[in-house]
Design a protein. Structure first.
Length: 537
């Protein structure tokens, strides 16, 4: 189904059961849950799928080590249950999308003998809370073993290290995969479509007036119920429905930087449990590079928040504190910044103290809002939201939720050994085969066939992305703009900003051939993509 067909489908005369506004983790998860229960679902987002917060995470699936510490220290039951739920959902997440998610080992260096039992016992509790869904056992390693695993660690004063395991995934591709899974179950997915007005019948919301943000056309989408899943922007939509609605959220912003692989061996990441100002710092292997994050500061809620140089310097300063390597600004190949939607708690002094729980609210006008949360718990949030929608909008009986054991697109026939078959059958280079295997799962052969048909060239010599992936993104993955491809379908801009800029002309050429763009549209795409890549990814 191409974009024209999707936009026409949104305008059907029969109201959808649900219109989901927001195409990030929460919205895409809700679309999967609702559509798989047999409800008719439409999902729209004013930008691309996961263009905001949901593609700018630390790429971890976790219960939250920091929250566990706060739960124990303060006997905080809310924090404890948040960690417990997160660990349970972590296991479900990996089982449902094994091509996109797996475990990563993390080493915590310890520079004080006093901290050794404290840190180790805390991580043992973390394992215990995971129960049967545990993905590895924490272990205490001696100073020499810590230096073997992380030879660039500063040796002076190092006493020991603790190894523990958490989940890691590709967030932007997860969002696309959820959207594809929802579509497979009958949902209509349309990115770059903005809700500009909420329609009401007898005071209750019954749909939305929307605008195609690419072509500019406006039309109506009717639905028996509307779900607000717009992440940090939920209050804007709530106030569109009810102008006097009080804000539910505060926001913090966090940046991540990318360095070359030499700063993080592929077999393990590094977790600094507490910096000098009390933050947690991760240094992770991701997509063949090194991901460093994250900062945290209160923020206004805006589209595409820019990364501030002082935040970049903060991360570089702490990297140099723990490494025997001179890391400078010139070593940074990409930076991105994202907002975290945090449910307000008036008694908390700062955003770091806010629990990453979610809240489901039904307003007087009938708008169902899902606020807060995190990627790890997206599935449970979706289940609870659809349960509430069934009751609120009187949608009748539907199938029970079964997303707890539901392979997503790419996972149903995923074979962990299929990578070798891609190399043997299609003659792909090892890094390319690995990329296709983990990005597309059991759909990788579809991309390989496209490559075989004449699109086998790499987009950039230093990266494993093929021209075939651009074609596939347009035909099968809702890619409508050049920035959709280079930033989220391929993640190239998140890894190597200069490389993303270098491949833009060819990406636009390939997309133009598929979509019939005019010269003016190609120029517009170049300008829009360059704005994203040079101002804020």
């Amino acid at each position: 189904m191409n974009r024209s067909h999707r936009l026409n489908a949104l305008q059907q005369q029969t109201p959808f059961d649900l219109l989901v506004i927001g195409g990030g983790a929460t919205g895409c998860g809700i679309a999967v849950d609702a559509a798989s229960r047999g409800l008719s679902v439409a999902l729209i987002d004013k930008n691309d799928l996961a263009e905001g917060t949901s593609s700018r995470s630390t790429k971890l699936i976790h219960g939250g080590v920091r929250y566990l510490e706060m739960a124990v220290k303060k006997l905080d039951r809310a924090q404890y249950h948040l960690v417990k739920e997160g660990l349970d959902e972590r296991g479900t997440f990996i089982n449902n999308a094994p091509h996109l998610a797996g475990r990563v080992a993390l080493v915590t260096p310890i520079y004080s003998w006093f901290e050794v039992p404290y840190v180790f016992s805390g991580l043992l509790l973390y394992d215990l809370m995971a129960g049967k869904k545990g993905i590895g056992h924490s272990s205490l390693i001696c100073r020499d073993e810590a230096l073997r695993r992380y030879p660039m660690l500063k040796a002076d004063g190092l006493k020991a290290g603790v190894v523990y395991y958490d989940g890691q995934f590709n967030d932007s591709r997860m969002a696309v995969t959820l959207a594809l899974t929802a579509q497979k179950n009958g949902a209509v997915i349309a990115n770059h479509v903005e809700a500009i007005e909420l329609l009401k019948d007898n005071g209750k919301i019954c749909g939305a007036r929307v605008r195609d943000t690419i072509a500019g056309d406006e039309f109506t989408v009717r639905a028996r119920g509307v779900i607000n899943a717009t992440g940090p922007f939920v209050d804007r939509l709530r106030q569109l429905a009810e102008p006097d609605a009080k804000p539910l959220l505060k926001a913090s912003t966090g940046i991540h930087i990318i360095l070359s692989p030499r700063f993080a061996p592929p077999e393990a990441g590094l977790m600094i449990p507490k910096t000098d100002d009390g933050r947690v710092l991760f240094i992770l292997p991701w997509q063949g590079h090194t991901l460093i994050g994250t900062t945290e500061a209160a923020s206004d809620i805006i589209d595409h928040p820019p990364a501030k140089e002082e935040e970049i310097e903060y991360l570089l300063r702490h990297i140099n504190r723990y490494f025997n390597l001179a890391v400078t600004r010139s070593d940074v190949s990409s930076v991105w910044s994202g907002l975290r939607p945090l449910v307000q708690a008036p008694d908390k002094a700062n955003t770091a103290q806010l629990v990453r729980e979610h809240l489901i609210e039904v307003g007087d006008s009938g708008l169902l809002t899902v606020a807060g949360g995190k990627w790890t718990s997206y599935r449970r949030m979706a289940e609870e939201a659809v349960d509430q929608a069934l009751q609120t909008f009187l949608l009748g009986r539907s199938r029970a939720c079964y997303t707890k054991r539901y392979p997503l697109v790419g996972a149903e026939h995923f074979d962990v050994h299929a990578e070798a078959g891609l190399i043997a059958t299609y003659g792909l280079a090892a890094d390319v085969a690995n990329r296709l295997h983990h990005a597309y799962g059991d759909q990788a052969e579809r991309v390989a066939e496209l490559a075989k048909s004449g699109f086998s060239a790499r987009l950039h010599a230093d990266h494993p992305y093929l021209e075939a992936e651009v074609i596939y993104a347009v035909r099968s993955e809702f890619a409508e703009r050049a920035s959709d491809v280079v930033t989220r379908r391929l993640s190239l801009a998140l890894l190597d900003n200069a490389a993303a800029i270098a491949v833009l002309p060819r990406v636009i050429e390939l997309m133009s051939g598929e979509l019939g763009w005019t010269h003016e549209r190609c120029d517009e795409e170049m300008a829009q993509a360059m704005l994203r890549l040079t101002v804020a990814i």
